[in-house]
Unconditional design. Structure first.
Ligand code: PGU
Length: 410
């Protein structure tokens, strides 16, 4: 018999979002919805899953992409690193042409690439992770066998950087060890905090001084409305030497089910021994990935056309309005919260309470699914994340219920 990979045993029992779905199912089974009483309907502001239809110009691009596959002239097969036109367009739209197309790799989404990227560094590389943060950075690091000695964090090999109200959700970077892989997400999931240019400048400086590489997750960059805030790590001088960036069409264009993203691996990025990380990423990508769907890529090209970019803006504006409604409803109840202005997540604080207890109370009293903050890391304890991804009528109803919500006080 073959033994189980011991790293699987080191993972937390279940991935956060399926656990939430399970609790919702159990609650729904015990308290069935009554179609005559709309107040009994369960509303989800839990997982960050898009709900709005894809807008017309982008949908047309997807349909055209599918149509082409049915013609001799338009047919295409494997695409490996992605359509050159799409890579060029990404370089132009998001990076002002600062990268060549062989520094832009098309993926089937940011999550998939975050998992694959860890193969570049292998076991033994310390992982530095904002706490709280998107659980994939931790789980992926545990799977690859990130090693080190940060006693007391609960995870060997992972150095947590607490992001709390006290530090305005930007971590103390003096804690970053040497030669580590730093995961950094801005706008942050779950806090909604967006790092300023100065803060990202400090991050890049620390990474360069300490021989670290940053994996910058910009999946929510299109939600940034404040023009002073950087949308990509490459707005910071020197980032090309120390940062990889992942991004996605999921949240700006509604491609959570279509699946399309990209990763930037600059050619100037090097390992300790001087070898090219770009060459290795190309090797890994072509070895264990056969490219994103060509239909999705046609949709991606349409999304980056002039009209498509206007649709992206409208699409994100819609969820940002939801975010403002949710934030307003929580604040009216005196619940302190951040996020939701340049991000689709609202991070609400319930001092002294356990996250899963608040989750359960909100589910029971408001029939509203949220995400317990502790699922994003130890510093998420006593917080709840509300996602702005929802139909407007659901968000309005959720806000009505939250307005009437009387929390148990300890
Ligand atoms: N990066 C961040 C920071 C995310 O929050 C998410 C999705 C992704 C990447 C995934 O992007 P794709 O391009 O679609 O792969 N976070 C959602 C969905 C949950 C999940 O497991 O991905 C969330 O609710 O946090």
């Amino acid at each position: 018999m073959i033994p189980r990979n011991p790293r699987l045993a080191a993972l937390k029992a279940g991935y956060l979002f399926p656990e939430i779905a399970k609790r919702r199912r159990e609650f729904a089974a015990a308290h069935p919805e009554d179609p005559r009483r709309p107040e009994t309907r369960i509303i989800s502001l839990g997982v960050g899953n898009t709900t709005e239809p894809i807008l017309p110009c982008i949908t047309e691009g997807l349909a055209e992409g599918a149509g082409k596959l049915g013609t001799a002239e338009g047919y295409s097969g494997y695409q490996d690193e992605g359509l050159p036109e799409l890579r060029k367009r990404i370089a132009d739209v998001f990076y002002r042409g600062a990268f060549s197309i062989d520094e832009i790799f098309i993926s089937d989404g940011a999550k998939c690439d975050i998992g694959r990227l860890q193969l570049l560094f292998g076991p033994g590389t310390p992982a530095v992770i904002q706490d709280p943060s998107y659980p994939v950075y931790v789980d992926g690091s545990v799977l690859i066998g990130a090693a080190g000695a940060w006693a007391g964090t609960g995870y060997t090999g992972i150095c947590y950087l607490p992001c709390t109200a006290e530090n305005n959700y930007f971590p103390d970077l003096s804690l970053v060890p040497e030669n580590a892989l730093i995961y950094f997400c801005s706008p942050n999931n779950p806090t909604g905090a967006v790092a300023s240019r100065e803060q990202l400048g400090t991050l890049v400086n620390i990474a360069r001084q300490r021989g670290c590489i940053i994996v910058f997750d910009a999946a929510y960059s299109e939600y940034i409305r404040n023009p002073a805030l950087p949308k990509t790590i490459y707005e910071i001088p020197g980032a090309g030497e120390c940062a990889i960036e992942v991004n996605s069409f999921s949240k700006p264009a509604g491609f959570t089910g279509v699946r399309l993203g990209w990763t930037v691996v600059p050619k100037e990025l090097r390992y300790e021994g001087g070898e090219s990380i770009n060459t290795d990423w190309s090797r890994i990508a072509s070895t264990i990935f056969n490219g994103a769907s060509n239909i999705a890529q046609a949709g991606g090209l349409a999304a980056l056309s002039e009209e498509g970019l206007k649709e992206i803006r409208r699409y994100c504006d819609f969820y940002l309005r939801n975010a403002a409604l949710i934030r307003g409803a929580l604040q009216k109840r005196g619940i302190s919260c951040v996020g939701g202005d340049n991000s689709p997540y609202i991070w609400a604080h319930f001092p002294g309470r356990d996250s899963w207890d608040i989750f359960t109370e909100i589910l029971e009293k408001c029939r509203l699914v949220s995400t317990p903050g502790s699922g994003f890391g130890p510093s998420g304890q006593s917080f709840i994340r509300f996602s702005a991804f929802g139909r407007l009528s659901d968000v309005e109803e959720a806000c009505r219920r939250l307005s009437a919500f009387r929390m148990t006080t300890n």
